[in-house]
Write a protein that binds this ligand. Structure first.
Ligand code: B12
Length: 214
């Protein structure tokens, strides 16, 4: 599909307006929103991230790529959400205190919502106390998802997991992810699951709610 390559370039080059226009055109032409997300947008953000890591890019450029990605996600989100009959469960999600990265977290939120989950997104820079408050306000939630992109926010994640597990009556599954996290670290801090991407995160979340039904 001709638009996919153009959407990929628009995000990589940090062009939010072009990204919006191209995604709208692609949708009008009948392109599948999940294909736009998985085959154009996610690879574009990955390429932009790799260029930044190789120091071939700078912070203003990567911010524009992230903003383009977010503009696209805003268009796709309501479309991907259309399935009122499915409601596998409720998830509370946030990026750890001190960490402002939200592109990956937002992607996890969108993929969960598109699978029918209700997602309570606490945003970025979320403390253990904020997670605890949200859990109290949403007793129906079965899963907490915590994201971290910075090695400096890993101790914060460890602390949050510890705090949650100590909370009286805590019965939820804890999922962790983000660029700085590894399976080893997830095991070490006692998280119930870690995945490297949003698609796998949805599969694991589905498994968790199926088990809690039985
Ligand atoms: C974009 C970006 C930024 C943007 C963020 C914009 C935004 N709104 O998010 C800006 C420019 C603001 C930024 C700032 C900084 N950044 Co930055 N940033 C990046 C960059 C290039 C891409 C991140 C991204 O969006 N990736 C794309 C998404 C889709 O991937 P993802 O987040 O990993 O998410 C996927 C999976 O991990 C998983 N996932 C994510 N969360 C969760 C949660 C759960 C529960 C599960 C199951 C799965 C899951 O699913 C997602 C989808 O598949 C990375 C480099 C990189 N290659 O990752 C650096 C990077 C993360 N940043 C880095 C740094 C150092 C910083 C700064 C400290 C820079 C500075 N000196 O100021 C600040 C920190 C600000 C702060 N306090 O948070 C470092 C971190 C190094 C480290 N080891 O700690 C990186 C790795 C770059 C580098 N190599 O140096 N950054």
């Amino acid at each position: 599909m001709k638009y996919l390559e153009e959407i990929r370039k628009a995000i990589e080059c940090g062009k939010p307006k072009d990204t919006e226009r191209l995604i709208r055109q692609a949708l009008e032409d009948g392109e599948n929103p999940a294909v736009i997300l998985e085959d154009a947008m996610v690879p574009a953000m990955r390429t932009a991230g790799e260029a930044y890591r190789r120091e071939e890019s700078d912070i203003p450029k990567i911010l524009l790529a992230a903003r383009s990605m977010q503009k696209g996600l805003n268009i796709l989100e309501p479309i991907l959400e259309q399935d009122p009959d499915r409601h596998p469960g409720t998830v509370i999600l946030g990026t750890v205190e001190g960490d402002l990265h939200d592109v990956g977290k937002n992607l996890v939120a969108i993929m969960l919502r598109s699978a029918g989950f209700e997602v309570i997104d606490l945003g970025v820079d979320v403390s253990g106390r904020m997670f605890q408050r949200a859990i109290k306000e949403h007793p129906e939630a079965e899963i907490v998802c915590i994201s971290s992109l910075l090695t400096t926010s890993m101790p914060g994640m460890r602390q949050i997991v510890k705090q949650l597990k100590r909370t009286r009556g805590f019965h939820m599954k804890i999922m962790v992810g983000g660029g700085s996290i590894t399976q080893e670290f997830a095991d070490e801090i006692g998280a119930d699951a870690y995945t490297t991407n949003a698609v796998d995160a949805v599969d694991v979340a589905k498994r968790f709610v199926q088990h809690s039904d039985s």
